[in-house]
Design a protein around this ligand. Structure first.
Ligand code: SF4
Length: 494
């Protein structure tokens, strides 16, 4: 038995971590349970100087975590059922630094990365649970999982049909999307994974091994050719998965091709990433940290804007010394960090969490950018928040932060016609309405025209709303033409 005094530090060999004790603790060092006692009774703090290696936890090994062994077999099985359908991966930084195990199972960071029973509707849950109980045949389990996945709207907002661009020579670029005039998205094939997976992720089909559903493309020269052919494109957004999962050498190949091509219309390179929240050591002590920062620096040196689009879902992700230091280092390269997140039931449906996030982000030199609405895919039934309530949370958070944090926009739905901004509830001739506008549209002419929907406090997506007057929203006829036109264009020539 070992007694530790207030704030005394101990190095835990098992995890390469330093644990700072908040009070006098009595710890039993029996192999197998000591880490759990440490985690339960202490605040674990990795020092900024530490050089940890990432260790992933997935379906294959999550049961080895001492914290998980404290759950009943039934609960562990629930995680397994859901984790066989939706992507599941977390890591040692999330487990040891971000999750508050004293608050589990409600803890936001736990819900963000560990599968929860409610994420599958009962019919899907039962189907997978029965399969797992009766079969250990991997192929059969995979088939059941894929059948369920196909019922979860794997590619919302017309991603497959509408956004796939084509080169002038007719080559289709399945590793790209071009929805809004100025911005094209690029999915490097090496970035189709992340440091950990978010349970709400709308890109979930990218990670579950359904190859035919992947957008992936290796040739950066196709990217260069496409951007050249489209002078209206000013921004290229690298996305994934998480592009920051790529080794600096690989990522640099893409970035350098764009920089070397000197494309006059290219003004900004954006990187959509959650690496700051899930693995800040990418910018601190990983063996390619310096090379990664040098790559960001090259973009600024070339006179282009490097927009680092950081996903933060909860203020807990901004609290560690590592993330603060990583933000500092990225900003030194000339990159500008903008932040975004969906509003999620069970994770951040609280104005205080958002106000805290935005304030801290501004303090650290980041620009709050978007609050999104959970997309109509995957576990939307679990995470979705009615639009009216989402707006109310936004307003309560927004009104308590300074003007510098009011750069944030939202709540916004990334729907088939474009990004639809919920401006709030109002009244027309004594009748309640929801006021909306399009921030980014498939047709730029739609942008910033206010429009109205009948008030519906349960609606969680644009499809749930009815126009306040008339049969259709103002953009619907044209949207149908776009859909129809693209389908015809996609037909093989006879
Ligand atoms: S980091 Fe982004 S792409 Fe990866 S799981 Fe989370 S939301 Fe999805």
């Amino acid at each position: 038995m070992l007694f530790l005094k207030h704030n005394q530090k101990i190095h835990a060999q098992t995890t390469n971590s330093v644990f700072k004790f908040l009070g006098s603790k009595c710890l039993t060092f029996n192999k197998g349970i000591e880490l759990y006692h440490l985690m339960q009774s202490s605040e674990s703090v990795w020092s900024v100087e530490e050089s940890p290696n990432i260790k992933s936890y997935t379906l294959a090994n999550f049961r080895t975590l001492p914290q998980i062994q404290e759950f009943s077999e039934e609960k562990q099985f629930e995680m397994e059922v859901v984790g066989n359908v939706l992507p599941f991966k977390t890591n040692n930084y999330v487990v040891e630094q971000l999750i508050d195990w004293n608050n589990v199972p409600k803890d936001s960071m736990f819900v963000l990365t560990f599968p929860q029973k409610g994420m599958l509707i009962p019919k899907h849950y039962e189907k997978m649970a029965t399969t797992l109980k009766n079969s250990s045949d991997k192929k059969e389990i995979q088939k059941v999982a894929n059948d369920i996945r196909l019922e979860l709207n794997p590619h919302p907002a017309g991603q497959m049909e509408l956004n796939v661009p084509t080169l002038k020579d007719g080559t289709k670029l399945y590793g790209m999307q071009h929805k809004y005039k100025e911005t094209c998205l690029f999915f490097p094939s090496q970035s189709q994974t992340c440091h950990a997976y978010c349970s709400f992720c709308f890109r979930w089909p990218q990670f579950v091994g359904m190859d035919e559903l992947k957008f992936a493309m290796q040739e950066s020269n196709s990217l260069v050719q496409y951007v050249r052919e489209h002078p209206e494109i000013s921004d290229v957004l690298f996305t994934g998965g998480d592009p920051m999962i790529m080794k600096a050498k690989v990522f640099s190949t893409y970035i350098n091709s764009l920089l070397d091509a000197d494309i006059p219309n290219l003004k900004t390179i954006r990187i959509g990433t959650k690496s700051l929240a899930y693995w800040p050591y990418k910018f601190l002590t990983d063996d390619d940290a310096e090379e990664t920062l040098a790559m960001l620096q090259r973009v600024s040196d070339k006179g282009l804007h490097l927009a680092f689009m950081a996903h933060f879902n909860h203020s807990a992700e901004l609290k560690t010394g590592a993330v603060k230091e990583a933000i500092k280092r990225i900003r030194k390269t000339g990159a500008q960090i903008r932040t975004q997140s969906p509003i999620l039931r069970h994770i951040n449906d609280d104005p205080q969490v958002w106000a805290d996030m935005w304030r801290t982000q501004v303090q650290l030199g980041c620009i709050p950018y978007y609050m999104f609405v959970v997309r109509d895919t995957g576990a939307q039934h679990y995470f979705g928040i009615p639009l009216v309530k989402a707006h109310e949370i936004f307003r309560k958070a927004y009104r308590q932060v300074s003007g510098l944090a009011r750069t944030v926009r939202g709540p916004s739905m990334s729907a088939t016609p474009g990004k639809i901004h919920v401006l709030g509830a109002s009244e027309i001739n004594g009748e309640k309405v929801i006021v909306l506008r399009i921030l980014q549209g498939r047709n730029p002419e739609w942008v910033h025209i206010p429009f109205f929907a009948k008030y519906d406090e349960n609606a969680i997506w644009i499809d749930d709303l009815k126009p306040f007057s008339g049969e259709k929203f103002f953009f619907e006829d044209e949207m149908q033409k776009i859909l129809h036109g693209r389908k015809e264009q996609d037909l093989p020539e006879s």
